[in-house]
Design a protein around this ligand. Structure first.
Ligand code: AMP
Length: 308
């Protein structure tokens, strides 16, 4: 099962939310199911690399979810369990899977989350700072050293409310992965090529702009790559697509320890493959049965689809 995985040197540290989600889409509704940005990232990256997850849950968090993550080898020593309720998030999607409405967000134990990283996590070669308060990003950045690649995600509320702090974070990270509307909001550039180039001027040497079902754009010094998304006819639940994408992307880079242009491009495709499986079911329903053989098969189909 672990044939795709890297050596311990390629271990990834992820810090983000672990949640109980309630999600409505035109295909149905799932209540209080496993979610969270760190959860989707970790599960996806676990197909390529070892993953250490840092987050917080309440005493109401079902232990079966912990077992589920452990079954993929995700290291949960950094997942705090605190008296109180787990972070909860409710959202609704309409016919356009790129449009979602957040119905409620209850931070609960996440409100006072200030992680102190375990000693062995502090020298992680690869780090993913999932979509959380940029102040927390900075707290974590102060605790780590010697990383090969630090990537982060963000969202509209932080761009609007904490732009200065976010810009400080960006000067300290190697890669920014965000969606198209956030890239436009952050840079003020409506054209995504310009937006990607502007992100590189803010600090990161790699920028990835996700366009949902329309694929992703990759920017690094002197190069540009555009990839479509793997075409899925029935998108049951788009939740977690972005974080699964990031997990596949970073997981592949960590596994290979090489950020050459060719590897970056392959990492984008593995990210897209992971996201495509995530949206085929609610929560982790499709991912649960995903094998490494499935992954490789879809990667090959992706290659055929984009050849001309
Ligand atoms: P994605 O669809 O990739 O953006 O990820 C959605 C996941 O992020 C859901 O499972 C939510 O539980 C979680 N989430 C949504 N909003 C937030 C937030 N403000 N902070 C942290 N996690 C969030």
């Amino acid at each position: 099962m672990n044939s795709l995985k890297s050596s311990p040197e390629g271990t990834i540290l992820v810090v983000g939310s672990v949640a109980l989600d309630t999600v409505e889409t035109p295909f149905g509704k799932a209540e209080e199911v496993l979610g969270g940005s760190a959860t989707y990232f970790a599960y996806s990256a676990s197909y390529f690399s070892r993953v250490n997850l840092v987050g917080i849950v309440g005493t109401d968090f079902p232990s079966e979810h912990l077992e589920f993550l452990k079954s993929r080898g995700v290291d949960l020593r950094g997942l705090e369990r605190k008296e109180g309720k787990t972070f909860r998030w409710k959202a609704r999607y309409g016919e356009d899977p790129n449009e979602r409405e957040t119905l409620s967000l209850c931070l609960n134990v996440f409100q006072d989350f200030h992680p102190q990283l375990l000693e062995d996590y502090r020298s992680s070669e690869y780090v993913f700072l999932a979509n959380i308060d940029p102040d927390l990003h900075l707290e974590i950045l102060e605790q780590i050293s010697g990383s090969k690649l630090i990537a982060c995600d963000t969202m509209n509320i932080w761009i609007e409310s904490k732009k200065e702090i976010l810009l400080r974070t960006l000067r300290k990270v190697d890669a920014l992965i965000l969606n198209d509307s956030e890239a436009r909001m952050l840079t003020g550039e409506m054209n995504l090529i310009r937006a990607g180039k502007s992100i590189l001027d803010l600090g990161p040497r790699i920028a990835v702009i996700k366009k949902g079902e329309h694929g992703a754009l990759l920017f690094s010094e002197g190069s540009y790559f555009a990839s479509p998304a793997y075409p899925i006819e029935s998108i049951y639940d788009p939740t977690g697509a972005g974080d699964s994408f990031a997990g596949g992307f970073l997981g592949y880079l960590a596994k290979n320890g090489n950020e050459g242009e060719e590897n970056l491009r392959k990492a984008i495709v593995y990210g897209s493959v992971m996201a495509s499986y995530t949206v085929e079911g609610f929560s982790f329903n499709r991912l649960k049965s995903l094998t490494e053989a499935d992954l490789e098969q879809r990667y090959k189909e992706f290659k055929k689809l984009t050849q001309f």
